[in-house]
Write a protein that binds this ligand. Structure first.
Ligand code: ZN
Length: 179
């Protein structure tokens, strides 16, 4: 397993609609393994394939319950939201592709999701709490949508401007060997 570089906003690949995974083959399994390692190294609780430059409908998420357990992760392939709750919840969200930015986002509190697992079987799960938020955030990624798209235009443009500056600095440091 290896840690993959995470794309930083703005990047055109974060804005593309991803293609369905046709077959759960060895390269998909290897990518999923690497993405799990990348997610925990970041650290994060979810990571979508486009964030590592792979434009396919797959994401990984942390499913650990409780503090002391070994991390439990799950791979969701071709996920689809079947239904959402009427009840909404507002939670602070961040994104590994927009480091340092956290905003309150309102979404449905519960979500029923259908997906293919690494076992190649179809699964249906109802999720609530932080995991429901995570699933919606990651499925957004597969459609080229980011959490800042749920904000007002003003807030979104402020963050976009800051991120462009942040990325420029990052690239400059990389070039001079500081990173
Ligand atoms: Zn994200």
């Amino acid at each position: 397993m290896s840690v993959l570089p995470i794309l930083i906003f703005p990047d055109a690949r974060l804005r593309r609609k991803c293609a369905p995974v046709k077959e759960v083959n060895s390269s998909v399994r290897r990518l999923a393994d690497d993405m799990i390692e990348t997610m925990y190294a970041a650290p994060g609780i979810g990571l979508a394939a486009p964030q590592v430059g792979k434009l396919i409908r797959l994401f990984v998420m942390d499913r650990t319950e409780g503090e002391e357990d070994d991390p439990v992760s799950e791979v969701l392939i071709n996920p689809e939201v079947i239904s959402v709750s009427d009840e909404t919840v507002t939670r602070e969200e961040g994104c590994l592709s927009l480091p340092g930015h956290f905003e309150d986002i309102t979404r449905p509190a519960g979500v029923r999701v259908k997906y293919t697992g690494l076992d190649e079987c179809e699964h249906v799960q109802t999720l609530e709490g932080v995991q429901a938020v995570c699933v919606q955030h990651e499925i957004d990624h597969l459609n080229g949508k980011l959490f800042i798209d749920h904000l007002s235009l003003v807030k979104r443009s402020i963050i976009s401007r800051k991120m462009r500056k942040q990325k420029k600095e990052l690239l400059k440091n990389e070039k001079s060997g500081n990173v």
